[in-house]
Design a protein around this ligand. Structure first.
Ligand SMILES: [Ca+2]
Ligand SMILES: [Ca+2]
Ligand SMILES: [Ca+2]
Length: 231
């Protein structure tokens, strides 16, 4: 029975696919049976998670939770973040679980009362696992956007801290979708940015402001009253 030859081109294609497949998860490095399974942000400081990205309010408490699989041994987990100038800021180190006797999945929590003020913006937070004094054996990163209190992530004219205090969406310019941005509702028209109809007259704030020349959306009498003949 003739043996079908496989062309060099096919071998090259297979090799390429293997390389590509092997590069799918470049952030996790496993050695010595140690693997970082997850790096998660939790706590009241987490204000949103969108498209796999976590948004954290720097002035609120948050916790970076690192899940590590290890088969015994003394390890420590260190956390760091990149900074805008390309340098690295160390955020702390914690021992892994119960040391040499610990096996399986363990979690190490790094708790922050507030996030460092000079480390806001789009950050890559990296957890590194080392044996005592040794070289790293595993690491993983996750992307986080840390919001500064005075910043304006959605560019709606209302600061990030003000948004959270008022219950508006820090990532959406027009929280109540009435056609008037949060900042204009609060600072210009003094309407409720979480209500489409602040004065309850069945005309939305957006209609009153945008189509009727800002006719007092806080206290226009009623929809029918708006047709009252005036003199
Ligand atoms: Ca805003
Ligand atoms: Ca907003
Ligand atoms: Ca609005």
């Amino acid at each position: 029975m003739p043996v079908k030859r496989i062309s060099p081109f096919v071998w090259a294609l297979v090799a390429t696919l293997l390389v590509v497949a092997g590069g799918v998860s470049p952030v996790v490095v496993a050695a010595d049976g140690v693997e970082v399974r997850a790096v998660d942000h939790t706590g009241s400081g987490v204000v949103a998670t969108e498209n796999g990205r976590t948004y954290v309010a720097s002035w609120r408490p948050s916790t970076v939770s690192v899940a590590v699989a290890a088969d015994g041994g003394d390890y420590e987990v260190c956390l760091r973040t990149d900074l805008d100038d390309g340098s690295t800021m160390q955020l702390g180190c914690e021992p892994l679980g119960a040391g040499a006797n610990a096996t399986g999945d363990q979690r190490v929590d790094f708790e922050f009362e507030t996030w460092p003020a000079n480390a806001t913006g789009d950050r890559t937070v990296t957890a590194v696992v080392r044996p005592g004094g040794g070289e790293p054996v595993a690491q993983a990163s996750h992307g986080v956007t840390v919001l500064a209190p005075a910043g304006d992530a959605d560019g709606d004219g209302l600061g990030n801290r003000d948004e959270l205090d008022r219950g508006t969406d820090v990532l959406v310019a027009d929280t109540d979708t009435d056609g008037v941005p949060d900042g204009e509702e609060v600072n210009r028209y003094e309407t409720d940015p979480t209500s489409t109809d602040t004065d309850g007259d069945d005309l939305s704030d957006g209609v009153e402001i945008n189509e009727q020349g800002a006719t007092r959306p806080r206290r226009t009498p009623t929809a029918t009253a708006s047709t009252t003949v005036r003199r």
